[in-house]
Design a protein. Structure first.
Length: 213
């Protein structure tokens, strides 16, 4: 019985861990590239979790033809990201000559995310610009050195709004601020009637008392 209880507890813990992992996983972006111009081959995945990481592909998927004329330029190296969550795709391109002669080119994915963890955009860089000055050297299946940088959008402080300037139309200059008025000057038309009512209301009982005498 003890063995069965321990097994049940382990199963529950494993199930809870799986549910927790799925809740933390925001999305998975399949990474394709056109190292072979005209075709895209999957070479990894960007896993949008905590932390965001890149995982190389262990199984080579069959290449798919490039049907988009915008990314079929043979002089451009393009990384295609495909979202498993939304089925949306977007391409990140740079000059193919940046990979010229690189056996282990460095590449960086910069993942921009909102405060709630949703994906805003992804920036990409790879190779070196100075490689474009070299003679063309074919690049075949380089071992990319991949790094991922996450930038989260932070809500900044609200800007302080400046007060509108009081401009004198005759001179075009800003008017000097008027001095603040005292309480009596502001509300004298309320105070005077109240004082008069109190004064007149206080004399009436004296007149009645004099008549009684």
């Amino acid at each position: 019985m003890r063995v069965l209880n321990r097994s049940a507890v382990l199963l529950l813990l494993c199930g809870f861990a799986g549910v927790l992992a799925e809740s933390l996983l925001l999305d998975t972006l399949k990474v394709y590239d056109n190292l072979n111009p005209g075709f895209y081959t999957q070479r990894g995945e960007l896993i949008l979790a905590d932390p965001v990481q890149y995982s190389p592909a262990t199984i080579q998927s069959p290449p798919m033809a490039d049907a988009d004329s915008k990314t079929s330029d043979p002089s451009m190296y393009t990384v295609l990201l495909s979202s498993q969550k939304t089925d949306s795709q977007f391409a990140l391109s740079l000059p193919r000559c940046r990979l010229n002669g690189e056996r282990a080119p460095k590449e960086t994915f910069v993942v921009h995310m909102a405060q709630d963890g949703s994906l805003l955009r992804v920036d990409y860089s790879a190779g070196k610009l100075e490689n474009c000055k070299k003679a063309p050297i074919p690049v075949e299946s380089p071992a990319f050195s991949t790094s991922v940088v996450v930038k989260r959008r932070v809500q900044g402080p609200s800007p302080e709004l400046a007060m509108a300037a009081n401009i004198d139309l005759s001179t075009g200059k800003e008017k000097e601020p008027e001095p603040q008025k005292s309480f009596l000057v502001k509300y004298w038309y309320y105070i005077v009637p109240i004082v008069l009512l109190l004064m007149l209301g206080g004399e009436e009982p004296q007149q009645e008392g004099n008549t009684r005498r």
